[in-house]
Ligand binder design. Structure first.
Ligand code: NAG
Ligand code: NAG
Ligand code: NAG
Ligand code: NAG
Length: 363
């Protein structure tokens, strides 16, 4: 059963983390990661900080060639250790450090738009890796044929990337406090949509669903835009939240699930990547996938029954006793994660057809 898989996976990472904890003596444990302040807090129990001591005392230098979308963040001090408890990881953005960088990271958006270039004019040190980084769905990555044979590693939300940088994940919970999710529920189904296109599958599912159960729509499309401050309180008044992704790309599960639904305390009805992609990362019985039903009508009837049966409905929150959600919103944290996985990167790798890899055609 899937449930067993995710448990096993998380348990083994707990063990590894405990090992790491004892190895590193005592770490301040930061508990609850509230939104939107999550990025300021420390991540003490990180399942990816497992083998970082095997490279001895050496620091790994990660050079970010330019900041994604032109927005830079402070890199003063030992950022990866101070904020994320990832040791021996030097995160820099000065291009003069190119000759000593172990990994140079390039964010796809600026490359594809031609606003930034790969530094072909510089002699590439032996062993240096170039990383291609993107959090977009494949269709929004542009034409990647031009980038064949340059990159040694990928950084995306995909589980099979060299460094997986998800929008969120669940971690074992340290305490057992669960808020009362049934408070204030007054709306059956909510959907927040800005970019409505009637030909999208999600729009068709919404239309069909609203014939069976009332769906309240927010967002720019309805001329009722929600401020970011109003988003979570609005969703928390709904029994169900349509966490419909704009793409069905492999593992493309965004903050619609991790933040909007899970933190808003509404049961997510998901549409996007296949059911198995969700099962691999989200706790069992924490979401409802559209594909689990023979028709949208059956889905609507199921939601209706659930909203009327408080006991069955609240079972969709049982996972919150064991797991907490961690969001990833800060580029610095994503970049620091390279160091946690540095020692398990293959010694030699070249993406000879990045476009094909991104589209899931080959590896
Ligand atoms: C690694 O980085 C830390 C923090 O910047 C520094 O104090 C330490 O001297 C460095 N170690 C080595 C071996 O370069
Ligand atoms: C429910 O609504 C009341 C009044 O608007 C508010 O004070 C309270 O915090 C809400 N509870 C939850 C769990 O959202
Ligand atoms: C929506 O309903 C129509 C009419 O019943 C049906 O033909 C169509 O396949 C449905 N679409 C989806 C996405 O369920
Ligand atoms: C990285 O890729 C380049 C090709 O662009 C290759 O020459 C180099 O050996 C690769 N390095 C590693 C560590 O895989």
């Amino acid at each position: 059963m899937r449930c067993a898989t995710i448990k096993k996976l998380q348990l083994s990472s707990v063990k590894k983390s405990l090992l790491l904890l004892s190895f590193l003596c005592v770490l301040p444990l930061s508990l609850l990661n509230g939104w939107p302040g999550g990025l300021q807090t420390l991540t003490a129990v990180n399942p990816f900080t497992t083998s970082s001591w095997s490279r001895g005392d050496r620091n790994v230098t990660i050079l970010l060639w330019y900041w994604p979308f032109g927005r830079s963040f402070r890199l003063k001090g030992d950022v990866c250790w101070d904020h994320y408890r990832i040791p021996r990881c030097r995160l820099v953005d000065q291009r003069s450090l190119f000759p000593v960088a172990d990994v140079v990271v390039f964010h796809n958006h600026e490359l594809v738009q031609g606003r930034q270039k790969l530094p072909f004019d510089l002699p590439r040190p032996q062993g240096q890796r170039w990383a291609w980084m993107s959090l977009e769905a494949p269709i929004y990555n542009g034409n990647l044929h031009q980038f064949s044979n340059f990159f040694n590693m990928t950084m995306t939300y995909r589980r099979d990337a060299d460094v997986t940088v998800p929008y969120g994940e669940v971690l074992p919970k340290e305490d057992d406090s669960v808020e009362d999710v049934l408070q204030n529920k007054s709306v059956q189904v909510c959907w927040v949509v800005s970019n409505y296109k009637s030909q999208h599958r999600r729009s068709q599912v919404y239309k069909n669903l609203s014939e069976t159960i009332p769906v309240k729509v927010y967002g720019r499309w309805t001329k009722k835009p929600l401020t970011s401050r109003a988003l979570i309180p609005t969703i928390s008044r709904c029994y169900f939240y349509l966490a419909f992704e704009n793409s069905d790309g492999k593992d493309y599960i965004t903050e619609k699930l991790w933040r909007n639904a899970y933190q808003g305390g509404a049961v997510p009805v998901v549409l996007g990547p296949p059911l198995d992609d969700y099962k691999a990362v989200a706790p069992p019985k924490s979401f409802i996938h559209v594909d689990e039903f023979a028709s949208v009508k059956e889905l609507g009837e199921y939601l209706q029954q659930l909203a009327e049966d408080k006991k069955r409905y609240s079972q969709y929150f049982n996972w919150k006793h064991e797991w907490r959600v961690k969001l990833y919103t800060d580029w610095r944290e994503r970049l620091c994660r390279i160091c946690s996985q540095y020692d398990s990167l293959p010694p030699h790798k070249v993406y000879s057809d990045l476009e094909a890899w991104v589209n899931g055609i080959s590896t």
